[in-house]
Design a protein around this ligand. Sequence first.
Ligand code: PLP
Length: 411
Amino acid sequence: MIKINENFLELQDSYLFSTIAKKVADFQKKNPDKKVIKLGIGDVTRPVVPAVIAAMQKAVEEQGKQETFRGYGPEQGYEFLREKIVTFDYYKRGVKLDVDEIFISDGAKCDCGNMGDIFGMDNIVAITDPVYPVYLDTNVMAGRAGKYDLEKGAYENIIYMPATAENEFIPQFPHKIPDMIYLCLPNNPTGTTLTKTELKKWVDYAKKNQAIILFDAAYEAFITEEDVPHTIYEIEGAKEVAIEFRSFSKTAGFTGIRCAYTVVPKELKGYTKTGKEISIHQLWNRRHGTKFNGVSYPVQRAAEAVYTEEGQKQIRENIQYYMENAKIIKEGLKEAGYTVFGGVNAPYIWLKVPEGLTSWEFFDRLLTKANVVGTPGVGFGPSGEGYFRLTAFGTRENTIEAMQRVKKVKI
Ligand code: PLP
């Protein structure tokens, strides 16, 4: 008899985006004349830049010629791309990494989830709350989360570290010491970050407790403030305690092309039950090489083109476009009387819903009164209740119109 992985039965169905889609569809059916503006999704809308497309097309052509055809590439990624990453994303920020500490993949989502393979089942997991749901769900699947408590809206074995307006979005050290600490900075959904000083405290904490930090920097390219670290390795000692996830998805519009990378420094150590030190880099290299066969050659050439002068100029223009949208949303919401966070170092704006409303009630009112769609904060964790996420990934016209509507209506 085939047995299933019963941990999957502990997963709470994510009704978030399907419920949103259903509510919007119902509304549209009843109000076909109304134009609904969607500022809920976390996907980009600007096309991939010409420098990247040209590089990808050239690489596709190469695949069709005998002299330049390439079959399987290295599972960890081609040197040409890993070298660019080491130079542009790290060396230029004062961080020295070896090329083989970079693992190219087809997405930060998979990397965040797959990384759990190399860690023991009895590790205690801590996540900030609210946060990108993949860290939680993949640990539920692995069996580290335990049972779900319906009343609390939380898993019994997961440490939730609230990051809300009350603590200025700075998660506090939990009472119980975790082994795996997920930090998403700049954060999805709050759009907030930590300064170097704050992040250093986490690095020191992980070091002291022999814990590991799983640092998701998918929104690094959107950072505008000086004292916000672009990589956790800007913090002294971080190579001994942190894995970093990066993605071309939001940085360069690769959500449909798929390319990302993960940094696993060689200094990083884990331990066996008997306390023997083991290289995390070696484990991940083995895991990656066994279960993954590399990102396609044209896609890696496309990612390489992101680092050319032209590529950088073109992707920066798109990032600025989104960040201008973020500014418009932030200012618009403030003028409408809302308390707003984020939107400065990330394409997400996190607003406090008016007193007395839940984030779903706010969703319904915003949809029916302003015909604007966002994401209820509670969908990102229990501490997201009372908040709401809007994204800056829409078009300029829609962003402006959405804010004009929000300013006009009384929620
Ligand atoms: N990490 C965070 C924090 C995200 O918000 C997202 C996508 O929304 C991802 C990772 C996924 O990145 P990728 O497209 O590389 O899988």
